[in-house]
Ligand binder design. Structure first.
Ligand code: MTE
Length: 331
């Protein structure tokens, strides 16, 4: 079994290959650590530790997929679906883009994923949908935009680490895609797989023994619930790399780790798939991982959450406040 030697949430930025080293000199982690020990990289590490905040343009520019805005401009912004409301203030675009979780790039060592994504090339991209279905298919980014009716949804997002955000995703219900591939009667679960590109994703090389690729799973009933959303954009633009460009899942009533990024495969299965987090931290949350204030994390309570940017606190709601949509899935 793969286990983290440190807790995933422990800040220890010095173990992460800085983007400058990764981009300019290739990946030599031992050499980097030796240099770090000798003090040669002190300035770099000071910058990583976060003295001063970057402006919004810097963060967005770092994460933008080259060329994607021009190709897909006609799809944005998509009409807002009025059925969904945050019931609290929207998170600022910059706050969401600056503070991310994307372990393939930074592991647990910094939320500044935007600084580590420069080598990631999400175009061209192909998403394969296969497994127990009659009509397996492969879709590129154009097809994902053109073949589905895109809408914008204002969703609350709750990370297991207790931070939360309110962001407008652009995309379409996953159920639409699954309907088109015609699941076989035996299909009971859906397995999701993130791209695995060690040459573009630094942490895959820093920690090659972790069970990459990052995978997640839902029951077929959860996957076809109208809330489950395949997102191609956020804040009225195509997804930034740090948010999971060019296509990610959004499951707003579950902890954020279920909302898997940069998807390359969606597979229908008859048995419950292993997931990245259930494999590396089996004593934490189970496969279902619904937001629940009554079930503490082994190391902290889940009774309240704080918003990115403002740090405002709210009580955690069962199912992240989406019980009306999903509670009957669990009776
Ligand atoms: N998907 C992949 N492939 N790798 C990850 O590390 N982190 C998850 C989820 N999807 C993660 C992932 C977690 S823990 C959260 S809270 C959300 O992405 C964060 O999404 P955001 O960074 O766009 O806010």
């Amino acid at each position: 079994m793969h286990v983290f030697t440190r807790r995933p949430w422990d800040p220890d930025r010095q173990r992460l290959t800085p983007p400058e080293v990764f981009a300019n000199r290739g990946h030599h982690r031992r050499a980097f650590l030796a240099e770090l020990a000798s003090g040669a990289l002190g300035v770099t590490c000071g910058a990583i530790a976060g003295c001063g905040r970057p402006d919004e343009q810097t963060v967005r520019k770092a994460g933008a997929v080259p060329g994607i805005d021009q190709t897909l401009a006609r799809f944005y912004p998509a009409p807002r679906n009025p059925a969904f409301r945050y019931e609290r203030p929207e998170t600022r675009r910059r706050d969401a883009a600056e503070f991310c979780n994307f372990y393939e790039f930074t592991g647990p060592y910094t939320k500044a994923v935007w600084r580590y994504v420069d080598r990631f090339q999400p175009l061209p991209w192909q998403l394969r949908i296969d497994g127990l279905c009659s009509r397996p298919t492969t879709l590129d980014v154009d097809a994902l935009h053109a073949r589905f009716r895109l809408e914008e949804r204002a969703y609350r997002h709750r990370c297991v680490e207790t931070w939360a955000m309110c962001v407008p995703w652009t995309g379409f219900p996953l159920a639409e895609l699954l309907r088109r591939v015609e699941p076989l009667p035996r299909a009971r679960y859906v397995r999701f797989v993130t791209a695995s590109r060690p040459e573009q994703m630094p942490y895959l090389r820093d920690e090659p023994t972790l069970p990459w690729p990052y995978t997640e799973g839902l029951t077929l009933a959860e996957a076809t619930n109208p809330l489950t959303f395949l997102a191609l954009g956020v804040y009225g633009e195509p997804l930034l790399k740090q948010h999971g460009a060019p296509v990610r899942l959004v499951v707003p009533w579950k902890y954020g780790f279920k909302s898997i990024k940069s998807l390359v495969r969606i597979e229908l299965t008859d048995s419950r798939p292993a997931t990245f987090w259930n494999t590396v931290a089996p004593h934490e949350y189970d496969f279902t991982a619904n937001v629940d204030p009554e079930v503490p994390h082994p190391r902290w309570p889940q009774t309240t959450e704080w918003m990115l940017g403002t740090r405002e606190r709210y009580p955690t709601q069962p199912f992240n406040g989406y019980g009306r949509w999903v509670a009957d899935l669990y009776h």
